[in-house]
Design a protein around this ligand. Structure first.
Ligand SMILES: C[S@@+](CC[C@H](N)C(=O)[O-])C[C@H]1O[C@@H](n2cnc3c(N)ncnc32)[C@H](O)[C@@H]1O
Length: 281
């Protein structure tokens, strides 16, 4: 991404709506992200970077994990996201422990060996980046033996009983994003272990974290799932048959009498894949 803000804005036409969706979906995903962060065993009192921090929701979890002696720097290319992040962090009383910095993950505005670890969720693994050099750039700012972790949303099953429709939605451009048809398979984010090896990171590892929900759904989870339907398959209409699109609307529109979240046996799950490795001594 050459000009981060402009390029990102072109992918996310309505930043306010996107920030709203991040907040609304948080109750659904927070526990899963927290489990991933805990699995990293970040040292208490350490200093870390959240690269592509968005509105800082994971920076809060990271700060909680490393405790009051630690510090998290949230970096993002979008001033709008950073400003919202500052508000959220101030409201949480954590402004001393979390700061925000505008910048581009592909050209980090930090010296070599600045941080004890780096975390990037749904950014480093998602952007239109050249992953091998991006991983090297992330590793550059982390001290020897420090952790470089990237987490990506990797799958979901949200429409129980409708596997064909869900498979067709997942086969659309937005369903496979950020991957695109014709891209080299090793550039798919599920091949990130190869990125780690190529970047010279040691002990590369992958872990899967699952979140699940079932009926009866609380209001917050219901709202999160409604937002997720919109976020997961935007623009799918043009790639579906009329019949499939009508079925999608019948199941996924809250005002529909057949709204899938009203099923008394509703059950859904999603996975996040985390890749991590250590900077060489
Ligand atoms: C899908 S959001 C993820 C936000 C947050 N990490 C999360 O998981 O909720 C992607 C974030 O990456 C940021 N981003 C995209 N390209 C970037 C770049 N080149 N440098 C820094 N941040 C970037 C966006 O502004 C956005 O906040």
């Amino acid at each position: 991404m050459q000009n981060g803000e402009n390029s990102y804005a072109s992918q996310v036409p309505d930043i306010d709506a996107y920030m709203h969706d991040l907040i609304v979906t948080n109750p659904l995903i927070e526990l899963t992200y927290r489990s991933a962060i805990q699995a990293l065993r970040l040292p208490a009192g350490s200093q870390g970077l959240d690269a592509g921090c968005g509105i800082g929701l994971q920076a809060l979890l990271l700060a909680e994990e490393i405790g009051s002696g630690g510090h998290v720097t949230g970096l993002d290319v979008s001033p709008a996201f950073l400003n919202r992040g500052r508000e959220i962090v101030e409201k949480a009383g954590l402004s001393e422990r979390i700061s925000f910095h505008e910048g581009d993950v592909t050209k980090l505005p930090f010296d070599d060996d600045t941080f004890d670890w780096i975390w990037s969720s749904n950014c480093a693994g998602y952007g239109p980046f050249e992953p091998f050099s991006l991983l090297k750039e992330l590793a550059r700012v982390v001290k020897p033996c420090g952790t470089v972790a990237i987490l990506v949303w990797s799958s979901q099953q949200l429409l129980p009983g409708y596997p064909l429709l869900e498979a067709r939605l997942n086969a659309t451009t937005s369903g496979i994003a950020p991957f695109v048809k014709g891209k080299r398979p090793e550039l798919h984010f599920l091949r990130a272990l190869g990125w780690y090896r190529e970047a010279g990171l040691e002990e590369p590892a992958a872990q899967t974290f699952v979140g699940d929900v079932h009926a009866p759904l609380g209001d917050d989870i219901r709202s999160a799932l409604v937002a997720l339907f919109q976020m997961r398959w935007p623009g799918a209409q043009s790639e579906l048959t009329q019949e499939d699109w009508a079925e999608y609307q019948r199941l996924c529109q809250p005002e529909s009498p057949d709204f899938v979240l009203n099923l008394p046996d509703y059950y859904a799950f999603f996975t996040c894949s985390m890749f991590h490795g250590k900077v060489a001594k």
